[in-house]
Design a protein around this ligand. Structure first.
Ligand code: GAL
Length: 419
């Protein structure tokens, strides 16, 4: 009996040792995706183009290849745009094993060929899916297929996933997006995760650990000052979206950005409004995802989208989102701290008709509690650079007095003057 007991004891203890070794080994091996997003993929706000605002569901591989071509020939690539993002409606059916396939009529060459083409231009490919059973346009969503879909995207060579929130029923947003985060990490490919949950469940609170950017609002629409009621949902013009960013800047920074949605620049609002829209997205350190028809882009639109001085404000390495410093009716004066002690300033005219705006630097002390940065304009002089005229605009030694078109913007970069 004793011997048997002894044997039994020995067996139990060796099982334990093996169990312990397994636990230790599992803990020691970094398991991709278990607890982290893939870090470092969006140290500055992502820049690119997305098919939805212009093409809606009318997409195919020609549209996507041409967008890549135009992104290069228009100079957008040289200005920093990288992602060519396919939005909703690329999907076909799932195969017998549950793997998603692109619509064979729209993407006859397959998605890998499209990705190869986009990559051959030095660009990156983005794709779209949804955490629910169906996408917002009724195509197959990823629910229950998250790991399969992430593997498929990785296999195709996808670099960016916009993950939407239709047909999600009782799903909890943070959990559903965590599942896709882990699936992407486990796929072994670096894929940016763009959370598109419309701000409903405060993604700025849980998004930073899960994705690289998160939509803060419902859909944008192509107008300066309007909200369009579609019955079950509403879309918002530029001002309405801008106002909804209030208070969110503390949540954003390198690798985790507030996303006020893709741009409507070049979609018909007019040159000054488009400049203001683009400037304010830069002040917000927003992702700069163009949404216009790149093939039909006129010279004004191209000039706006490729304004490198404004883009540099958006892409500043500190990644601090700007804020409204002062509001005077339709006039808003915004500041954004930049690296090296520089600041960006935007004077926004929300209304119609040109307005003269005065700003007496000597009286202003601009301090930012969030970033703990301050500009003592009374005691320190800054050189001013007009970022739309591309010319020097004096210094802060003289009070500013400037005409701002309405709707429109005047935007400066302020550089501390060496003594
Ligand atoms: C919406 C999303 C849009 C677009 C659309 C596609 O939910 O906010 O940006 O992706 O779905 O159906």
């Amino acid at each position: 009996m004793q011997a048997q007991t002894g044997i039994r004891r020995r067996r139990v203890s060796s099982d334990r040792v093996i169990g312990l070794l397994v636990v230790v080994a599992l803990a020691a091996v970094p398991r991709p995706g278990i607890a982290q997003k893939t870090n470092g993929l969006a140290l500055t706000p992502p820049m690119g183009w997305n098919s939805w605002n212009t093409f809606g569901c009318n997409i195919n591989e020609k549209v996507i290849r041409e967008a890549a071509d135009y992104m290069v020939s228009s100079g957008m690539k040289d200005a920093g745009y990288r992602y060519v993002n396919i939005d909703d409606c690329w999907h076909g059916e799932r195969d017998a094993r549950g793997f998603i396939r692109p619509d064979p009529d729209r993407f006859p060459s397959g998605m890998k060929a499209v990705a190869d083409y986009v990559h051959s231009k030095g660009l990156k490919l983005g794709i779209y899916s949804d955490a629910g059973a169906k996408t917002c346009a009724g195509r197959p969503g990823s629910r229950g297929h998250e790991y399969q879909d992430a593997l498929t995207y990785a296999d195709w060579g996808v670099d960016y996933l916009k993950y939407d929130w239709c047909s999600t029923g009782e799903l909890k947003a943070a959990e559903a997006y965590t599942t896709m985060r882990d699936a992407l990490a486990a796929s072994g490919r670096d894929i940016v995760l763009s959370i598109c949950e419309w701000g409903t469940d405060k993604p700025w609170e849980w998004g930073p650990a899960i994705g690289h950017l998160w939509r803060t609002t419902g859909d944008i629409t192509n107008c300066w000052d309007c909200v369009v009621d579609h019955g079950t949902w509403k879309s918002s013009g530029i001002l309405a979206i801008l106002d909804k960013q209030d208070g969110l800047r503390v949540h954003a920074g390198p690798d985790h950005w507030n996303d006020p949605d893709m741009m409507e620049v070049g979609n018909g609002m007019g040159e000054e409004a488009d400049k203001a829209h683009f400037s304010m997205w830069a002040m917000l350190a927003a992702p700069l995802i163009a949404g216009n028809d790149l093939g039909k882009m006129d010279a004004d639109t191209r000039t706006i989208l490729t304004n490198r001085e404004v883009i540099a404000v958006d892409q500043d390495s500190l990644g601090i989102q700007g804020y409204p410093f002062e509001k005077r009716g339709d006039i808003e004066i915004w500041f954004k701290p930049l690296a090296g002690g520089e600041w960006a300033m935007a004077v926004l005219n929300r209304g119609t008709g040109t307005r003269r705006v005065e700003f007496d630097w000597a009286r202003e002390w601009v301090s930012d509690d969030h970033s703990h940065r301050a500009a003592d304009f009374g005691n320190k002089k800054y050189r001013m650079r007009d970022l739309w005229r591309h010319e020097d605009a004096g210094t802060t030694a003289e009070p500013l007095s400037v005409d701002v078109p309405g709707p429109g913007v005047v935007m400066y970069r302020l550089t501390p003057q060496q003594r």
